[in-house]
Design a protein around this ligand. Structure first.
Ligand code: FAD
Ligand code: SF4
Length: 460
């Protein structure tokens, strides 16, 4: 066993190089490093790491197979419960999930589970095995939305013999994985590879279909034995301050979609994005870091404006460090009160107030409160709002589906909604969360759909 208390660092592209490219920042372990890191696992009897994983990947098993150099077997151990290992190895917040529970934390660094997962998934991709063909059981399920929730649900149902069709509003499958998370964190060829695996297993994906417009949910209910709604939470929130409609103000969702999905960073892109010279990004989550790092790569001087302090930043620590290395500035304890314009409706800056932290609010974080006499002005020709999102409104407009006031679909643990035969999961139910949580919800719903259809068939 490797007794080192330190984990192997992830090799990274140099910051000076990466601010000029959308190529992936993290370069991945080589075989020797992956084996050595996997060999740090203590094989704890109660495997707390697996308990900390929302889809309960058999972590000690895949680590011991990796340590033995059995990479394909290690991949199969992960793939038993996760249909997106190469994605999760790259973007899961492991430091708050499996790695947070790793026994190794008591004396040093946790095992770098995500980095090893990424390695075995990438090795598997290079092998290109043929997908197993499962005989069809004659039942049909419609999945609405091709994000991690929809893909996980579709994958599990296909594995049980269902004829699954995924309907996606955009022209590419993957949800936030293709339109939100930038190429330099999650290359789109990786997402395409994982969705191609699903196609090879007999799942049909129909893009450019907006359920609720192109086809109604009622029509899907008539045509299919069950429907899963994995429509996500892509509706951006705004502050409601003066100047928000000015030219040069974007929601992070629109900005990132133009860059990631429409490839606006390519010189010959037919859908270019406004390239601000001085960009202010409002917010402190992963979405804010992604938008800021994209703007930096498009040549801007970038400042992230966040109303709480550094300690409260909800973004992954790694993303914050990478943003800082790339020269992105942070203005903490600062909140915009107005977007300033040149009178001709173009953004010229932000008027902000300083904040101080008061008592903890409902989220448990200390509530920011404005400080008297602390007004400042920031120069900017582009402002990106990364203030969180709400569920897409399709379900709220559909008769019979109960939703919460902010639009989240009401569903039980198994994904059952108020409408018979309609299940839901992922961000559409929880509000914005994580890839692996959405996948977990999709998988639980797949099991519940299987039970629902079998019970209905048995009862004639
Ligand atoms: P989504 O991924 O949103 O997919 C929903 C899909 O449904 C979309 O493709 C949408 O077009 C489609 N759709 C919606 N309505 C309809 C309709 N009516 N008809 C047809 N199709 C429809 N999580 C992490 O774990 N790690 C990260 O590093 C991370 N970074 C993030 C960065 C950004 C910029 C964003 C926005 C989110 C990030 N997240 C991250 C969160 C994570 O991506 C989401 O929690 C996850 O993608 C939710 O999955 P989902 O399947 O529920 O929804
Ligand atoms: Fe290995 Fe850490 Fe899991 Fe223990 S908790 S089995 S050391 S990965």
């Amino acid at each position: 066993m490797n007794k080192s208390l330190k984990s192997h660092p992830m090799p990274l592209r140099d910051p000076a190089e990466r601010i000029h490219t959308f190529e992936e920042v993290a370069l991945g372990y080589d075989a020797e490093t992956a084996i050595s890191e996997a060999d740090r696992c203590l094989h704890c009897k109660n495997h707390p790491c697996t308990e900390g994983c929302p889809v309960n990947v058999a972590i000690p098993e895949f680590l011991s197979l990796t340590a033995a150099g059995k990479f394909e077997e290690a991949y199969e151990a992960i793939a038993r419960t996760s249909c997106l290992p190469a994605v999760c190895g790259r973007v899961c917040p492991q430091e708050r999930q499996c790695e947070m529970y790793c026994t190794r934390n008591k004396t040093g660094d946790p095992v770098a589970i995500g980095r090893v997962e990424r390695f075995v998934a990438d090795v598997h991709a290079g092998i290109g095995r043929k997908a197993e063909q499962i005989p069809k059981n004659g039942k049909r399920v419609a999945v609405v939305g091709s994000g991690p929730a929809g893909l996980a649900c579709a994958g599990d149902l296909a594995g049980l013999g269902y004829d699954v069709t995924v309907f996606e509003a955009l022209h590419a499958a993957g949800g936030v994985l293709v339109y939100g998370i930038p190429e330099f964190r999650l290359p789109k060829r990786i997402v395409a590879r994982e969705t191609e695996d699903l196609l090879a297993r007999g799942v049909t994906i129909k893009t450019n279909v907006l359920v609720g417009r192109t086809v109604s949910l009622e029509e899907l209910r008539e045509e299919y034995d069950a429907v899963f709604l994995g429509t996500g939470a892509g509706l951006p929130n705004f502050m409601g301050i003066k100047g928000e409609n000015a030219c040069g103000v974007f929601s992070a969702n629109e900005y990132l979609t133009r860059i990631n999905l429409m490839k606006a960073y390519e010189e010959d892109s037919e859908t270019p994005v406004f390239r601000g010279r001085k960009v202010a990004v409002i917010g402190g989550g992963n979405v804010a870091m992604d938008a800021a790092r994209c703007a930096r790569r498009l040549g801007a001087e970038v400042t992230i404006v966040y109303r709480r302090s550094r300690e409260e930043l909800p973004a992954r620590r790694e993303e914050v460090v990478h943003a800082e290395e790339e020269g992105i500035g942070f203005l903490f304890l600062t909140a915009p009160v107005e977007i300033l314009t040149d009178g001709g409706d173009n953004v010229t800056g932000l008027s902000c107030v300083g904040m101080e932290l008061g008592e903890p609010d409902a989220s448990g974080r200390r509530r920011p409160e404005p400080k008297a006499g602390s007004e400042i002005k920031i120069e900017a020709d582009c402002v990106i709002m990364a203030l969180g999102t709400s569920p897409n409104p399709m379900a709220g407009r559909t008769k019979g589906i109960a939703t919460k006031p902010r639009g989240e679909i009401i569903a039980d643990e198994a994904g059952k909604t108020s409408l018979a035969g309609v299940f839901a999961g992922g961000d559409a139910v929880t509000g914005s969360a994580t890839v692996i949580r959405a996948m977990g919800a999709g998988k639980r719903a797949a099991a519940a759909i299987d039970e629902y259809i079998k019970t209905r068939s048995e009862n004639g």
